[in-house]
Ligand binder design. Sequence first.
Ligand code: GRF
Length: 191
Amino acid sequence: KRVAILISGRGSNMSALIEAAKAPDFPAEIVGVLSNRAAAPGLEIAAANGIATASLAQSKFLSREMFEDTMTQLLEGWEVDFVCLAGFMRILGEDFVNRWMGRLINIHPSLLPAYKGLHTHERALADGVAEHGCTVHFVTPGLDEGPAILQARIPVLPGDTPETLATRLLVEEHRIYPEALRLLATGTARL
Ligand code: GRF
């Protein structure tokens, strides 16, 4: 299966997917990385791995629909079967989501349905939760609402800050995202 990854920034989850896909028995190949920011550090990592890259700034388009149609054209040009959002910081419109539904997944740094949206670590700490986590889920039109494919949990430790929590959680993100992509690519996880 052919997979594209959409990023906006450092791309550590992207890197985890690229590394996992190097295993000969991995059921998917990362064929392209698309960023909405030309300065995203992840683009260089992808290029250094011989993966096609592109960047498209939404501000250069007259509408979100035109931006997203251009993304779809690029993805179709790469002949991708699946699209992974990995720190892609734009909310996708209904047309794009419907076009890719069932083939579009995201990683979110909380135990969904808890803490949709931004600042998940801050909000979890402020609530004094004992456990935090991350979720790989299908993308559906409602923000962070699609069904989960995999979750990982970590304990909140005394003295945790949003940064320490994020750092420990990232290890789990990098573990479950490739696993979830494997489930998707083999047809084990389906919407
Ligand atoms: C991760 O915490 C991910 O869960 C969230 O955005 C962050 C992206 O980090 N959606 P990276 O670009 O993958 O390093």
